[in-house]
Design a binder for this molecule. Structure first.
Ligand SMILES: [Zn+2]
Length: 76
């Protein structure tokens, strides 16, 4: 029998049923989204160009430009 325990997600702090791992399902999905990849990359590489970000994350330039336009990320 598998015992599921309630844990606090390390990202959003929400209680969730954890089988293994410390991140809830919605944060996990978020983490794998292209937006999150771009955001993470920019966090560590401030001032990277759109093309650098695209190259490093594998996210299409088109999509990165869309995030930019929406004001979700800042690229120099
Ligand atoms: Zn979470």
């Amino acid at each position: 029998m598998v015992t599921k325990t309630l844990e606090n997600c390390i990202v959003c702090g929400k209680l969730f049923r954890s089988n293994e791992g410390v991140i809830c399902q919605s944060c996990l999905e978020d983490k794998e989204s292209p937006y999150q990849k771009v955001k993470d990359y920019l966090f560590f590489h401030r001032g990277a160009s759109v093309f650098e970000v695209s190259e490093a994350t594998g996210v299409e330039v088109k999509l990165i430009l869309k995030y930019l336009k929406e004001g979700r990320i800042t690229v120099l």
